[in-house]
Design a protein around this ligand. Structure first.
Ligand code: IMP
Length: 200
């Protein structure tokens, strides 16, 4: 079965490809569709954005599509950066810009109020099925970056059970506990239950 990843984010593609490696799914990306449109993420929720990405890319490729939208939610900031996680520090913000803005916004927030969670909404879409799954993982925002791996907010996202930031985990470790990894596991289960994929 062919599955198109509805993203231009190379970091997400690496994680999703690694996690789908053990399945019979043949993964396609924007590299296979050079003119694949960049979907404008103007939804008010992760659910809206994930659906929008899946629908637009399905319309373009006419092949089964997998889309995800992810946000970092910090209760002490009223849930920010949330659905705006990719552009927290502005439209063309880099990962480092967004992390710097987060640390600045949280500079007065004491350790015990620095809880956060990553949440991913994932959508599978083909001509017949639309399936939505979710994954989330709780952690804490550190006061400075730690680690070299991962991407986005990973260097400041501390995962207490492992006593490490997500940037200090291997790809395999991150996939086994992360928001995206959990959403994908649930998706694979749903795809199997609906006989969309047979062997995993
Ligand atoms: P989106 O799902 O492409 O809208 O992602 C939003 C933003 O969240 C990205 O630009 C990253 O900054 C951040 N992000 C998404 N997934 C992760 C992750 O697994 N770790 C850290 N940051 C992430």
């Amino acid at each position: 079965m062919k599955l198109v990843l509805a993203t231009h984010n190379k970091d997400k593609i690496s994680e999703l490809k690694a996690a789908l490696n053990s399945t019979q799914v043949s993964v396609l990306t924007y590299e296979d569709f050079p003119d694949m449109p960049e979907v404008i993420e103007d939804g008010k929720t992760l659910e809206e954005n994930a659906l929008k990405k899946a629908r637009e890319i399905y319309q373009y490729t006419q092949l089964p599509v997998l889309a995800d939208d992810t946000g970092l939610e910090v209760p002490a900031l009223g849930g920010a950066p949330g659905v705006k996680s990719s552009r927290y520090a502005g439209e063309r913000a880099s990962y480092a810009d967004n992390v710097a803005k987060l640390l600045k916004e949280m500079s007065q927030i004491p350790k015990e109020q620095r809880e956060a969670r990553f949440r991913t909404v994932m959508v599978y879409l083909d001509g017949r099925y639309q399936i939505m799954t979710e994954g989330e993982v709780p952690g804490q925002i550190l006061e400075e970056v730690r680690g070299d791996g991962g991407f986005g907010y990973d260097p400041v996202f501390y995962y207490p059970p492992y006593k490490k930031t997500f940037s200090e985990l291997t790809l395999h470790e991150k996939n086994s506990i992360s928001h995206r990894g959990q959403a994908l596991l649930r998706m694979i289960k749903a795809l199997r239950e609906n006989h969309i994929i047979t062997e995993v």
